[in-house]
Design a protein around this ligand. Structure first.
Ligand code: BGC
Length: 761
């Protein structure tokens, strides 16, 4: 019996505390940086606070100009979106040979889910619930990026979101703070390793601090307004976990908090991040976030730049508010020299930790770039991780796995496309390389089966919407034939086949930044295609591409098999073939709730009970908290995902039904693989605090283990619970465990669970 990950609560705490290194002042670094600061003029210090873009990928209307001249003038602390050892070496050479103090530059990039070898989008990665694999993906990304000259990534993105309309749900790890925290730690560890100065580790940047995922209506960059209790308990834990894991930098978010844009929020950066959490690294703004405070209504560029510096921001991304106004603000007494020194110190310290003062070219090795990027071994790992991220949502009468024989009709606008396979935020990927579904299936079946392909439909009926959803080189090559002609072609091949595989859903850029949607279903023409394919009476497998939870009530009712593949990355086609043909048994579990319709949003498993909850098994009761027209249930709950085998759970056994603070109890279940093939299962443990000094969620994930069982095999899965696991932030924002009654739930998803009771004395 093999336990793939053992994240019992106890081991979790050991891991966390092992990762929190005692904060001892690094006297050598301190001496070096202080010495350097003493030599610097004010303008040289301000220059260090300036982060420019090399222009390989930009997300705003303002872009950096005259980068070379600015480096020479000592006006550049870092550059992002520039890659290759040759280009980076050239820019670094200017900095270290043509400026007075020869201070090297930081080189960053949005390495979000892989560098050249692309892994699934972060939301997909999170559905593996496999921390070892997630850490490995970040390790490989860091190795590849550093081989190409980079030393800093703007990842992990840990924004909790409960709003699938928000396009950036795709970049995060879903709706749960506990799971989000585990993933944040795994990513930071993967990127940074145990020594930032090694040439294959890079500095991570946790983002977007804070609460960016809670924008109103899921509209990007929108207003956030939230109580402190909710922040502390539900939204802040993953950022804090990244800080505890030693993340080197933090990025500000675009939204406001308590009426003050995050980028100027002193409470957030100085009181919470630095004083309460003890963060010692560097704070960088998001893209032109300082300048955007003019539109937020916080003042002119000089004023908002001063506000950001005073809040605790160290580096200004692209907007050059710091570069152009801080000196003036200093002369006018609006900021202090110490504030500039403190910010500059953080930037210099980051460079010191990365080893750049010892060797500014340590990340520039043509040889490494030639040998360590997009290797066979990295691609093999990408294939394994992709297959493990897929979530089997439905599989009636075991339509899946399909056989490698007979005739398979492959249909859909995403079936024969490479560029969309990596998904959003894949700025460093080569879009000609990913394996399409068609290629993956064809190479898997060889001569044993016939694969007939037809596009079947475009992405959407509306060509302008399709244009907006296929930006950044991720075209789907719109077919100008009529919808009817496309459909008829598909029906024709469907009629000749034994099974239909429909590769439908969202295009890569239908999620990600500035890609919010109010309708989160499968787009119009594709839904019509699916309906027509179902009418043929042939078995239909929906291979769903999605960067967010989608509304799938109709599909759940009508389509016999649904495999959600998110955006799988470089090895999309091979990994999809692995799972469709049963060479890999799917084991992904959802990390977000899938609502029935947009009107239910926000819908999340760890909600409060309210004073008028529905009675069990009811979906409407007058004067209870519900809707007239739809039940409160999701289509798929958090934690849900099927397998080609089945698992049964025994009742929960507790070592004791009560314990005192300082003591522990254990809970175990026996999980049995009751089907007929080997499979992996994510055993999930939730807790409910029945009575609290503030209202408590109906369930909170507090532990999970991913196990692998052979057919017929059983395993005892044990969780350890201590008072620490029962702690929450009370209305005084004190982190406390309150004595009283608790329920523990263990099961295969957040809905289908066994339960037992215990007391904290
Ligand atoms: C995004 C960040 C990203 C930055 C740099 C911004 O628009 O919000 O997540 O790291 O651009 O590319």
């Amino acid at each position: 019996m093999k336990s793939l990950i053992t994240v019992s609560l106890i081991s979790l705490y050991i891991t966390v505390s092992a990762q929190i290194k005692p904060v001892l002042p690094d006297t050598k670094m301190d001496k070096f940086v202080t010495g350097l600061l003493n030599k610097m003029t004010i303008d040289e210090k301000i220059g260090q606070l300036n982060l420019l873009t090399g222009g390989e990928a930009t997300t705003g209307s303002v872009v950096s100009s005259d980068v070379e001249a600015k480096i020479k003038a000592g006006n550049v602390g870092g550059i992002f979106s520039m890659s290759s050892p040759a280009r980076i070496r050239k820019a670094q050479e200017i900095a270290v040979s043509q400026t007075r103090l020869k201070i090297p530059i930081l080189f960053g990039m949005d390495v979000i889910h892989g560098y050249k070898t692309m892994f699934p989008i972060p939301l997909g990665l999170s559905c593996t619930w496999n921390m070892k694999l997630i850490e490995r993906s970040a390790r490989i990304a860091a190795t590849e990026a550093s081989a190409d000259g980079l030393n800093w990534t703007f990842s992990p993105m840990v924004d909790i979101s409960r709003d699938p309309r928000w396009g950036r749900v795709s970049e995060g790890s879903g709706e749960d703070p506990y799971l989000g925290s585990q993933i944040a730690m795994a990513m930071v560890k993967g990127y940074q390793g145990d020594d930032l100065s090694k040439n294959n580790t890079i500095m991570a940047c946790v983002k977007h601090f804070a609460l960016y995922g809670a924008g109103e209506a899921g509209r990007d960059y929108n207003t956030v307004d939230m109580s402190r209790v909710r922040m502390y308990n539900e939204y802040l834990p993953p950022y804090k976990a990244a800080v505890d894991a030693g993340v080197g930098s933090v990025m500000t978010s675009f939204n406001e908090i308590d009426g003050i844009p995050a980028t100027a929020n002193k409470w957030l950066f100085t009181d919470l991040l630095r004083k309460q959490w003890g963060f010692k690294g560097m704070v960088v703004t998001d893209y032109t976030a300082i300048n955007e405070m003019i539109d937020h209504g916080m003042g002119d560029l000089q004023q908002v730049s001063a506000l950001a510096l005073k809040a605790g921001v160290d580096m200004d991304m692209v907007g050059e508010g710091f570069l152009t106004t801080l000196n003036k603000s200093l002369q006018q007494g609006k900021i202090t020299q110490k504030q500039i020194d403190d910010a500059c110190r953080k930037v210099l310290e980051a460079k010191y930790k990365l080893g750049l003062f010892n060797d500014p070219y340590r990340y520039c090795s043509e040889e490494r770039a030639a040998n360590e990027i997009y290797t066979e071994s990295n691609r093999r790992t990408a294939r394994e991780i992709a297959a493990e991220s897929f979530v089997l949502l439905k599989n009636d009468r075991n339509v899946l796995p399909i056989k490698k024989s007979g005739t398979i009709a492959l249909v859909g606008p995403l079936a024969n496309n490479r560029a969309n396979m990596p998904g959003t935020w894949s700025v460093s990927a080569d879009f000609s390389k990913p394996i399409s579904v068609r290629e993956g299936l064809e190479s898997a079946v060889g001569n044993n089966a016939r694969i007939l392909y037809a596009r079947g439909s475009n992405l959407t009926e509306d060509s302008l919407l399709e244009q907006r959803a296929t930006m950044f080189g991720k075209s789907l090559g719109r077919d100008n034939r009529s919808d009817e002609a496309l459909l008829n072609e598909a029906l024709n091949i469907a009629s000749q086949s034994d099974v239909i595989v429909a590769a439908l859903g969202e295009a890569a850029e239908m999620t990600g930044e500035s890609a919010s949607r109010t309708d989160i279903g499968i787009p119009d023409v594709q839904r019509k295609l699916l309906g027509a394919l179902l009418k043929t009476g042939k078995p239909v497998v929906l291979v769903l591409f999605a960067g967010r939870p989608m509304t799938l009530a109709w599909e759940q009712q009508h389509v016999p098999a649904i495999l959600n593949v998110w955006f799988p990355g470089s090895e999309a086609g091979t990994a999809i073939a692995d799972v469709l043909f049963g060479d890999v048994n799917p084991s992904g579990k959802l990390t977000t709730t899938f609502p029935q319709n947009v009107g239910q949003i926000p819908l999340y498993y760890n909600h409060k009970n309210t004073g008028r909850p529905l009675a069990d098994g009811q979906w409407f009761q007058k004067f209870r908290s519900n809707f007239l027209d739809v039940s409160n249930d999701p289509v798929y709950p958090f934690g849900f995902g099927l397998s080609y085998t089945s698992f049964s759970y025994s009742d929960i056994s507790l070592s004791s039904s009560s314990f005192k603070p300082g003591e522990k109890i254990t809970a175990f279940v026996t999980v049995t693989n009751s089907g007929n093939r080997t499979g992996k299962e994510v055993v999930q443990m939730y807790i409910r605090d029945m009575v609290g000094s503030i209202t408590r969620p109906v369930k909170e994930l507090k532990g999970f283990q991913k196990i692998e069982l052979k057919a017929g095999e059983s395993q005892k899965v044990t969780f350890t619970i201590s008072a620490d696991d029962l702690k929450f932030y009370n209305s005084d924002l004190k982190f406390v465990a309150e004595p009283g009654d608790f329920k523990i739930f263990i099961g295969t998803n957040s809905r289908d669970v066994k339960e037992a009771d215990f007391k904290l004395l």
